[in-house]
Ligand binder design. Structure first.
Ligand code: NAD
Length: 353
């Protein structure tokens, strides 16, 4: 058995259908009294519902969350929080909205309560991202970790099926890379396997009946576990490739994760056989990477980067960027097999080690 260091992040998690009703109690539990509710414009209605639940503890609603947290949007939200005298932020939404909450927490020291409505997992990590002059910088800071997280599967029912599925794959990606992380530990591996298992069981059920309560609960439970893994151990080639494709070619976050994951795992499979066995077992397939690719295909998710509008001519540059400042990876990252990986992901071919 490999030596390890285990360190957990402090976070309070409240899980269950209807648990959004306890949002005012959560505000009190973290010692706050006036909450600024954050959302994107399409989720304004959900944010207003949360606002009504907060009653006199509501400082205001700000629907200015945007993808990749532009620095101007963070400055605006920080100024509004100060103007309204808010002493905490309640982020209702996916990674973009929680990211805005983190940007406020970073500079204004405002604690966050997160109410995630996708499976991206940002609520369980101390990682933040800010975009300035077209460049996204990321960092780690304990102040951005939400103090309390309400996982209410009812709030995910409005997430369209296709977005739910690719978001589920995004979550699986965190757990899959956590299984071979350099700084991995047995507790995170247990969470990773259980997270993948829950999502692999929940996603086909969602595809059958989008508002099935047990499927929504299973997927959100899996997303919590996978997000915890993301927040606690380092990520490798797969996440580097997705950051490259998202950052430099503006490809959509969860869809890119869905397409690249089987190929990145296949690349790493010779160097991480135990992780591949665990993934295969969790999804009930003979082979982890091929199994994930087939799940994506069977459920109608995108499986080729060309479907996202990436040009074949961009693959060389994507390969070069991914080779610069690589993350730690179980298998050395070499140009020729990496370029072949990108080609297969672009075409939508089955993954091959
Ligand atoms: P998102 O937050 O950008 O949401 C996409 C769209 O879906 C938005 O318009 C949003 O309002 C809408 N939406 C979300 N939940 C909904 C619901 N239940 N019903 C209806 N509409 C809903 O997407 P995401 O995939 O959750 O987050 C992606 C972003 O989060 C990326 O920028 C990524 O880098 C970041 N992220 C950060 C971390 C971290 O640890 N810092 C982790 C994961 C993702």
């Amino acid at each position: 058995m490999k030596d390890f260091v285990y360190k957990a992040h402090p976070a309070r998690v409240v899980f269950g259908a209807g648990k959004v009703l306890s949002v005012a109690e959560e505000v009190e539990a973290i010692g706050s009294h006036r909450a600024l509710v954050l959302c994107t414009p399409p989720q304004r209605e959900q944010a207003e519902m949360v606002g009504r639940l907060l009653g006199s503890r509501l400082a205001g609603i700000h629907d200015g969350a945007q993808m990749h947290v532009p620095i101007e949007s963070a400055r605006k939200a920080r100024a509004l929080a100060a103007e309204l005298g808010a002493d905490c932020a309640v982020a209702v939404g996916g990674g973009s909205t929680i990211g805005l909450g983190k940007a406020i927490a970073l500079e204004a020291d405002l604690p966050i309560i997160a109410i995630p409505t996708t499976y991206a997992g940002s609520e369980m990590t101390p990682i933040y991202g800010l975009t300035e002059n077209g460049l996204k910088r990321t960092g780690k800071d304990a102040r951005v970790l939400p103090r309390s997280v309400i996982y209410d599967p009812d709030l995910t029912k409005t997430l369209p099926l296709q977005m739910s599925l690719v978001s589920g794959m995004n979550a699986i990606a965190h757990a899959a890379e956590g299984l071979y992380a350099e700084d991995g530990n047995p507790v995170m591996s247990l969470m990773a396997q259980e997270g993948i298992r829950a999502l692999a069981k929940g996603m086909p059920k969602l595809a059958e009946a989008q508002d099935a309560e047990d499927a929504r609960a299973l997927c959100l439970y899996g997303a919590w576990l996978c997000g915890t893994v993301l927040g606690n151990v380092g990520m490798s080639l797969h996440h580097k490739l997705c950051h490259t494709l998202g950052g430099s070619f503006n490809l959509p976050h969860a869809e890119t994760h869905t397409i690249v994951l089987p190929h990145a795992l296949a690349y790493n499979s010779p160097a991480a056989p135990e992780a591949m066995r665990q993934i295969a077992e969790a999804i009930g397939a003979e082979d982890g990477p091929i199994g994930l690719h087939r799940i994506a295909k069977a459920l109608g998710m995108p499986t080729a980067l060309r479907e996202l509008g990436l040009m074949e001519a961009d693959l060389d540059r994507a390969c070069e960027i991914a080779l610069s400042n690589p993350y730690w990876n179980p298998r050395p990252i070499e140009a020729a097999p990496l370029r072949a990986l990108l080609q297969r992901a672009w075409e939508g071919a089955e993954p091959r080690p």
